[in-house]
Structures are given as C-alpha cells and as structure tokens.
Write a protein that binds this ligand. Structure first.
Ligand SMILES: [Zn+2]
Length: 371
C-alpha cells in the first residue's frame, strides 16, 4: 500500500494510491457502493464510466448481510464482483445520524434502523468489522459534529477529544498480520472552527496513519479555508479523502485546490434517480415537459453510454412511465459526469491549465465564476 505524488502545485497535487486491488489515480471521485452495490449500476457499467474505486458503508453492511458473511464470501470486492480498490467508512456518521444514538466514553449505543435492536459501536468493533469486510482502505471510527446543524465551539471541542481518543484506539486495534493488506485513514474533525481543525490536523499528523479522511465538511464555499488550513499541516506524502462531499461540481474544484485527493458522495446516483441530471450548462430535471420532444442527448459534450445512445425525450419517457432503465441510464450519466470531471481536473493540474478549466467550467455551469 503506497501513495506516490506525481505533481504538486501549491496545495493541489496529482498522485496514485497503490492498493493490492489496483491503483487509484488521484484526484479521483470514488463511487458510492454503500451496501456493496452501486445503485442501479453493474460493475462493468461502473468501470466503463471510469470508476476506479468503490466506497461501502460499515454500518449498513454490519446490519445486512453482516460482516461475517462478507468475510466468508472472500471480502467486499469478491462479494460484489469488483476487482478494483475499495474503501469502507467507519459507520460513525450514519450511526450518529440515528435518532436514538447515545454517545458514551468507549463508543456509541444505537438502534438498528431495520429491526430496532440495540447495538454498540466502538473503535475496536469498527476496526474488526472493516477487517472482515476486507476493503483496502479503512476509516477510523470518529464522532462527527454539525450534521444536525447545531454544534457550538464547546460541543465541537468535546466531540473532537472523543474523536482523538477513539482514533488512538483504532490505530492500536489496526495492527498485525491480519491487517497487513489494509491501510487506515485517521479522520480529522473540528467542525467549522479553524482552531480546532488545526489542532485535529496536528494530532493526526503525529500518528502513523496511512492517510487522512476529512469529516463533517458540508459546504465547499465555507470550507475552502478550513480545508486549506488542514492541508498545510497534514503531511503531504499521505493521501487525503474528503468524506461524503461532492454533490456540486464546485465542491470538487475547491477540494482539489485545497489539497484533497479523493472524494465520495451518494449524490450523483441519488439525484439521477430523481431525474436531476448534470449538464455542462447546469443541472436539469429530465421530467420537465419541455423535454417531451427534445431529441438531443442530455449533453452533447458527454460521451457516456446514455448520451451516445439516447435522447432527452426518451429519458423523459422512461421517468414518466417509471421504467427501471431510466434509473440506470440516468445513473450512468451522472456518475460519468462527476468521475470524468475529476479526471479532467487531474489532467488540468498535469497540463498547468487548472485555473482555465475551473473558470470556464464554473462560468458555464453556474452562469458565473464562483470562488
Ligand atoms: Zn452522458
């Protein structure tokens, strides 16, 4: 397991994460495979749109089908028929989002959203679950804040000290032969407070994590400064993953510019299922009546399978009639759009054209140049 930097310009860089299941050329958008499946897409479709890696969710897989079953199946990649690199997140965010989650010193008590049974998640349990799931890249179990919109300085500081205590336990548990082919990311927290973000970055930088996840960032525009502050502290030779943010193309530009290497987000496929499709001129809703007799592709400049073979009128028809094919084609298009956008960003760093790409893309997409 290695991370190699190819080119560095300010905080931005291109590089490659080498895993036992193949390489991830960074910056990269990691495809969401929350429950060991990419919604509406087969693995060949994911590969055809340029997907290099998939991120699954520890919380969801613990509940269904259970981590022991995935271990028996030969691990996540084998189980889902994917031969590339895989990530798991720790489950912390999903568990803390549950209504009855109760934070204790050693972990979080929560009730399964499926059958209501009471369960405990601790750093040790998360590490063991992630080992059994068998992804290449793991995330430390953390305590995210601000997901419910209310996290003042003292609450955030308190949560941060818990995150740090748990990170140490994750690191201690993630040792030995059984983790030899799996690498661990520490998850930097600190909410919206620069002081706490810096403190957290310094804490994680002093520990031997393979890489860093950046948690609890919900808005790229507000986060740019925070991301930059963390990247200035975090060792450049370790990869940085911005957790769960990539709903907007702007997030991706701001993230890369401020030192992020990989991204994941469920938004591209989720929006696709609602008929909200990315185009270079902004997002459109394909269910709109104005597309009834529009026989042009979703985007002329997109070379995904959907745009090469189908038009807006047909896509609208699929959504109007509730045909499942609509979900697959829309998901192919949206995921392709985002994965390929990050690939273009990567190429622009190599060619020294990042700012040109950023300005021209954002101007067309948002109708203005956005910071
Ligand atoms: Zn397309």
């Amino acid at each position: 397991m290695k991370f190699l930097i190819e080119k560095q310009v300010g905080l931005m860089r291109t590089g490659v994460i080498k895993t036992p299941h193949g390489e991830i050329k960074t910056p990269a958008f990691v495809v969401a495979g929350t429950r060991a499946a990419v919604k509406a897409l087969t693995v060949p479709e994911v590969l055809a749109l340029g997907g290099q890696a998939i991120l699954a969710n520890t919380y969801h897989l613990m509940l269904q089908p259970g981590v022991d079953l995935i271990e028996k199946a030969g691990g996540l990649a084998q189980f889902m028929g994917f031969s590339g690199a895989t990530f798991t997140d720790s489950g912390g965010f999903q568990i803390m989002s549950l209504p009855k989650a109760k934070v204790m010193k050693d972990g979080v008590m929560f009730r399964s959203h499926i059958d209501g049974r009471e369960m405990l998640m601790t750093p040790e349990i998360s590490m063991d679950a992630q080992r059994k799931i068998g992804a290449d890249l793991h995330m430390a179990f953390d305590l995210p804040v601000g997901y419910d919109g209310e996290a003042d300085f003292s609450k955030t500081k308190q949560a941060l000290s818990t995150t740090h205590a748990w990170a140490t336990k994750c690191l201690e548990a993630h040792q030995g032969e059984k983790f030899a082919k799996q690498a661990l990311y520490g998850v930097v927290q600190g909410g919206k407070f620069t002081e706490l973000r810096k403190e957290s970055a310094e804490f994680f930088d002093a520990l031997p994590f393979f890489g860093y996840g950046i948690g609890s960032i919900y808005n790229a525009r507000e986060a740019a400064e925070l991301l930059g502050a963390m990247s200035q502290i975090l060792s450049p030779e370790r990869p940085r993953h911005l957790l769960g943010m990539g709903a907007e193309p702007l997030d991706l530009f701001v993230g890369v510019e401020n030192g992020m290497d990989t991204f994941d987000c469920v938004a591209p496929t989720r929006q696709a299922r609602n008929g909200a499709l990315y185009t270079f001129d902004g997002r459109i809703n394909i269910k709109n009546a104005k597309y009834r007799e529009d026989f042009s592709p979703i985007d002329e400049a997109c070379d995904c399978y959907c745009c090469k073979n189908y038009n807006k009128a047909y896509m609208r028809h699929l959504f109007q009639t509730g045909e499942l094919l609509g979900l697959t084609l829309a998901s192919i298009h949206n995921e392709h759009f985002v994965v390929q956008l990050v690939k273009k960003i990567r190429a622009s760093i190599e060619n020294n054209t990042f700012l040109m790409l950023k300005n021209s893309f954002l101007k067309r997409y948002y109708g203005k140049i956005t910071p």
